[in-house]
Design a protein around this ligand. Structure first.
Ligand code: ADP
Ligand code: ZN
Length: 701
């Protein structure tokens, strides 16, 4: 397939100007008839890899997807791009299914989404149908090694036997090698070409903070992010309710979401979130799995996840549109202890504990977090990322020998029989039950660390644990114990370095200030327009245009169709269907704001303007300038919107204007030019309609 043709199709149907890394290579692989295995992080752009070939291949593409709840949205998303697609799953009536069979037989569909459970039902239909491509989405569901095993997926191995010459493409965001191999074997595509994209999501900032006064921290965090969507992940149902209640008490509209809620309630919350009418959700990790919302701007982990796979998947739900998004993990010692317990009671304890350990190391890291994260997924980076808290505020080391000696000797005095909480209480000379009950106030180390705050002690002790000077006996009530290394400090005069505990409040205020992303009002207006259209059409807002596209509109302010289709994310169908409304909004905004007139000296519009002033007709200007008539129209409309003296009446006859006025009434003020165009059965050209409407708008007609 020619590169030019691929790019044209990409722009025409998806509105994108270029491929993301690997997309082109994968698509070439499909056209060469290879089987392909695609490993790409969430938001990497997997769908294009089969949707684009599907458009250009002669017959139907089958897409196997486990996310029944998402199928409708996926298909709606294709339809608004002008692509014929349907889905088949158990939620449909027989009549609905029959209708789909018919369109399959008539080769009307480019893509058919099928739940693995429904494959058997349609099998008999496939006998007479030619299948161009088979895509297995969320392919890790086939492997019991993966984290999302679906028994129905294991039947998919038969597809390759049934359609031996049809290329197959398996897609997943699961990185781990054993799972990849298992997927290919089970799908009977052992020789599939593997494409592993970088898992680096540069637009996600990474930050870990101590989990003290979490609510206070969250309040400040969301305050700096007005109107932005975010998820707060909690460990349990109860947590989600508590956190949302606390936030609500502070006037923050945060909804709890968990499996214990009724089905309808859950759907309502999800939809409000998707449609941007509910900004913040406190949820258990199940939330977000079936959600394809691309403008989640931040993710907070109120509790620590049990491994880095889960963590990365959850933060990966933010910023799928590629815009800057923030992630914040609260690290609490209590969470670690809790997770340790869960792990110890699980089937494969050793693996779980090892994974939790890596999670802990990440949270307690003193070097670039992204490097640690990516190395976990087998990607080694040389450079620090510059977009994590450590890179932004590199730790400063100091001689921590005295601090270490105090902590270690106190552990020694406590005979290794106490947890971190009691240790800190004793160091700080607390007078609570746990201390007094055991007469710890009589120890020589009682109160020797008063000058250090509770929180800082906790951080120092965590550092000592990570450095190997202290051990947590997880099987003995998490008591802290000395290690052979501690003796070097206590008795042999060895020195050690600790990292300074940064002033959290200062850092937070500083970052929140620099991050403060005030939404401009044009973006806000475009967002509201998008929401209104989405409601009218009964589809999620992000399917109309994603935030990145709206941001580009805000920046470029396209005022003609020609400019509008230049925007990344605007394809032909969407321009026809929505261009008019968005352009109208942008023009309206620009007029209100009376944006200072741009200097038009020497630019192409200025030349058009000069010729217009000389009295040339549009066609004459076009000939003179060797430009398309539509370009001249677009120049003149632009100039008009920039308040140049352009007489729109020159371009349209009185009769045409009257006809448009009439149509506007009888069609009840339609929102798209297309409706007028069809109404006049193309007897009035596109530009005349547009100019006619502009005149009517001005005169209030
Ligand atoms: P995945 O399935 O890998 O999570 P998607 O296919 O949903 O990712 O794509 C994620 C986002 O990236 C979507 O908003 C999509 O429109 C956008 N996208 C995909 N390919 C491109 C591209 N070539 N240029 C710009 N945006 C793209
Ligand atoms: Zn970094």
């Amino acid at each position: 397939m020619e590169e030019m043709q691929l790019l044209n199709t990409l722009k025409e149907y998806f509105g994108f100007d270029s491929f993301r890394p690997l997309q082109k290579k994968i698509i070439d692989g499909v056209f060469n008839g290879h089987d392909n295995m695609v490993i790409m992080p969430t938001g990497g752009g997997k769908s294009i890899c089969y949707q684009l070939p599907a458009l250009l291949l002669p017959n139907i593409t089958l897409v196997i997807s486990p996310l029944i709840a998402l199928m409708k949205d996926q298909v709606d998303g294709l339809k608004v791009n002008g692509i014929e697609a349907a889905f088949l799953n158990s939620s449909q009536s027989e009549a609905e299914q029959q209708e789909i069979y018919t369109s399959i037989e008539q080769n009307e569909l480019k893509l058919l989404y099928v739940a693995p459970e429904s494959l058997q039902i349609i099998d008999r239909f496939l006998t007479d149908v030619k299948v161009s491509l088979i895509a297995i989405d969320e392919a890790h569901c086939i492997s019991s090694w993966g984290h999302d095993f679906r028994p129905a997926y294991t039947q998919l191995g038969y597809l390759k036997k049934r359609f031996p010459s049809t290329p197959m493409i398996a897609l997943t965001a699961t990185a781990d090698k054993a799972t990849r191999k298992d997927i290919c074997n089970q799908l009977n595509i052992p020789n599939a070409k593997k494409h592993v994209a970088s898992f680096d999501r540069k637009n996600l900032s990474l930050e870990v903070r101590p989990g003290t006064k979490r609510i206070e921290q969250i309040l400040q965090f969301v305050d700096a992010r007005e109107n932005e969507s975010g998820i707060i992940y909690c460990l349990s149902r109860k947590n989600t309710e508590e956190v949302s209640a606390k936030l609500k008490a502070h006037g923050i509209k945060a909804e709890a979401y968990h499996a214990g809620l009724g089905h309808l309630e859950r759907i309502r919350i999800q939809e409000d979130f998707i449609n941007d009418t509910q900004q913040i959700i406190c949820a258990t990790i199940a939330f977000g799995m079936g959600i394809d919302k691309s403008n989640i701007r931040w993710v907070i982990h109120y509790n620590m996840p049990k491994n880095l796979e889960g963590y990365y998947q959850e933060i990966g739900r933010a910023g799928r549109d590629g815009l800057a998004s923030d992630t914040l993990l609260f690290h609490s010692y209590a969470d670690v202890v809790q997770l340790q317990k869960f792990a110890a009671n699980s089937k494969n304890e050793t693996v779980q504990i090892a994974k939790l350990d890596r999670m802990k190391q990440y949270s307690e890291a003193l070097t670039c977090r992204r490097k640690i994260l990516l190395s976990y997924f087998g990607e080694l980076k040389q450079e620090d990322c510059g977009n994590c808290d450590i890179c932004r505020n590199p730790p400063q080391f100091f001689d921590g020998t005295v601090i270490a000696q105090k902590a270690l000797s106190c552990i020694y005095r406590l005979k290794g029989q106490e947890s971190i909480t009691v240790l800190i209480d004793v160091l700080r000379g607390a007078q609570n039950e746990a201390v007094l009950e055991k007469n710890y106030q009589n120890l020589t180390t009682y109160g020797i660390g008063k000058e250090i705050t509770w929180r800082d002690w906790q951080q120092y002790i965590i550092q000592l644990i990570n450095l190997g000077y202290v051990e947590i006996a997880f099987h003995l009530h998490n008591h802290l114990q000395l290690t052979p290394l501690s003796k070097e400090i206590l008795f042999k005069g060895e020195k050690l370095q600790l990292a300074k505990i940064p002033d959290q409040k200062e850092i937070q205020e500083q970052t929140d200030k620099t991050l403060k992303r005030k939404d401009s009002s044009l973006f806000e207006r475009l967002r509201l327009l998008r929401l209104q259209i989405a409601k009218e059409e009964g589809i999620p807002a992000y399917l109309i245009f994603n935030d990145a596209t709206l941001k580009e509109m805000e920046k470029e302010r396209p005022m003609t169709d020609e400019d509008f289709i230049q925007i990344n994310g605007v394809g032909r169908k969407k321009m026809q269907d929505y261009g008019f409304q968005f352009i109208k909004e942008i023009i309206g905004f620009s007029k209100e704001k009376r944006a200072p007139k741009k200097s038009i000296k020497g630019n192409t519009k200025k030349i058009t303007l000069d010729l217009y002033k000389e009295g040339l007709a549009i066609e004459e200007i076009a000939t003179e300038r060797k430009l398309a008539v539509s370009t001249i129209y677009s120049h003149l409309i632009n100039l008009y919107n920039e308040n140049e003296a352009i007489d729109l009446h020159k371009f349209i006859s009185k009769a045409e204007l009257d006809a448009i006025k009439k149509a506007k009434k009888s069609l009840e003020n339609p929102n798209s030019l297309k409706e007028y165009y069809e109404h006049f059965e193309e007897s009035i050209d596109y530009w005349s309609i547009k100019i006619g409407l502009m005149i009517l708008e001005e005169t209030g007609g």
